[in-house]
Design a protein around this ligand. Structure first.
Ligand SMILES: *Cc1c(COP(=O)(O)O)cnc(C)c1O
Length: 385
């Protein structure tokens, strides 16, 4: 057993990021400026995105997207219960009604067949989440949305970089939101990016910075003007050049990060494939997985302990794990407001009860991975039914 605790998902920040942040701090420009613009442009180029807007979180990107699309009271947004609460909170922020749809048993992504049954004349947006980094089956969703004039906004907080049928997630014209939170595949400590069609991104840019109709950062530049007009009650969601300093280098390292994530996943899969008590994550043939999370599911009939106890046992063996996610409909706010019962979304609920996420990050050494495998197999052996 390892003698130090292995944290679940620490960030991997190098000297390049540190030096770039220091360079920004020593410059005269610490908030949204040239480095943020460069980060947007390099990010868009990397993904092949039509345009990109850097923001201070993925939550801000999702909120800005819904406001830019004009979603409001009386509208419905169809999304998944198997996500972080932010995905659904933003629907509440704009006064629309979230319509939850259960997930597929294998990928735990929103089930396109059930999406169709949830549509109504009030449906304004379908908001799929690429759970764990495995792209959602987008084609059937787009086929439902397009003829009805419904927008598709993707929560790609986990899906950097990922591909669906060869297409990069974020390369499409519809709005796609990415997260650069501390635990995500690319981090700026806090941060996010919204990609989409250029005219959409320009309207979102205005809304994301007070509703001011010209680039505020240019106002204090030589040649900039003091004059501006507020054309909408916008938000304060801009990314700073300090954050973009991290992002520029994290983006350059992303391919190497993902390569290491894949190696770790391969080691886990090889070690667990013949263990009856463990159900492994899937990767459908038509996707390239971003492997943000490695989610194991316990086959409860093979074990004498439940998921909570399994996590406790791993902790005793110095392995940090987590659960993604407590389904949205179980949280008191949503349960009380909409009267949800746990069994209303049985696939999400049943899988939640038996899931745990193992450490997965480019920080992991081969020895770390071996420690996680050993601890997991040890717990399975000790509590086999
Ligand atoms: C992390 C996460 C978010 C929120 O990202 P922030 O950048 O922290 O706002 C949204 N959706 C999902 C699925 C996430 O995992």
């Amino acid at each position: 057993m390892r003698d130090t605790f292995l944290p679940f998902s620490p960030p991997l920040i190098g000297e390049e990021e540190i030096n770039e942040v220091v360079d920004t701090l020593r410059s005269d420009w610490i908030t949204t400026g040239p480095k943020t613009r460069r980060f947007e442009s390099e990010f868009a180029t990397y993904l092949g995105a039509p345009a990109a807007l850097a923001l201070n979180s993925c939550t801000a990107a999702l909120h800005t997207a819904l406001v830019t699309l004009g979603v409001g009271p009386g509208d419905e947004v169809v999304t998944t219960p198997m996500t972080f609460a932010a995905t659904v909170n933003v629907i509440e922020h704009v006064g629309a009604r979230p319509i939850l749809v259960d997930v597929e048993p294998d990928t735990l992504n929103i089930d396109p067949l059930k999406v169709e049954m949830a549509l109504s004349p009030r449906t304004k947006v379908i908001l799929p989440v690429h759970y764990a980094g495995h792209p959602v089956d987008l084609d059937p969703i787009l086929e439902l949305a397009r003829p009805r004039g419904i927008a598709v906004v993707e929560d790609a907080a986990h899906a950097l970089p990922a591909r669906y049928k060869g297409r990069r997630i974020g390369a499409s014209e519809n709005p796609v939101a990415f997260s650069f939170y501390a635990t995500k595949n690319l981090t700026t400590a806090e941060g996010g990016m919204l990609t989409g069609a250029p005219e959409f991104i320009e309207r979102a840019r205005v809304l994301s910075l007070h509703g001011m109709n010209r680039d505020a950062w240019k106002r204090y530049d030589k040649g900039g003007s003091w004059y501006y007009e507020v054309i909408a009650p916008g938000f304060k969601y801009n990314m700073t050049d300090i954050q973009a300093s991290l992002g520029l280098w994290q983006l350059r390292k992303l391919e190497a990060f993902v390569k290491r994530r894949r190696e770790v996943v391969k080691m886990y899969n090889e070690s667990f494939k013949n263990v009856e008590a463990l159900e492994l994550p899937v990767e459908k043939p038509y996707v390239e997985h971003a492997w943000h999370l490695y989610v194991l599911r316990l086959r409860q009939e093979a074990l004498r302990i439940d998921r909570d106890r399994f996590i406790e046992e791993l902790k005793k063996r110095n392995i940090g794990v987590s659960v993604h996610f407590i389904p949205v409909h179980l949280h008191p706010y949503y349960r009380n407001k909409y009267g949800y019962k746990p069994e209303d979304f049985p696939v999400a609920y049943n899988n939640y009860q038996r899931m745990l996420s193992l450490p997965l990050s480019p920080r992991l050494t081969d020895q770390d991975v071996a420690d996680v495998v050993e601890a997991t197999l040890d717990v399975v052996r000790a509590f086999l039914r």
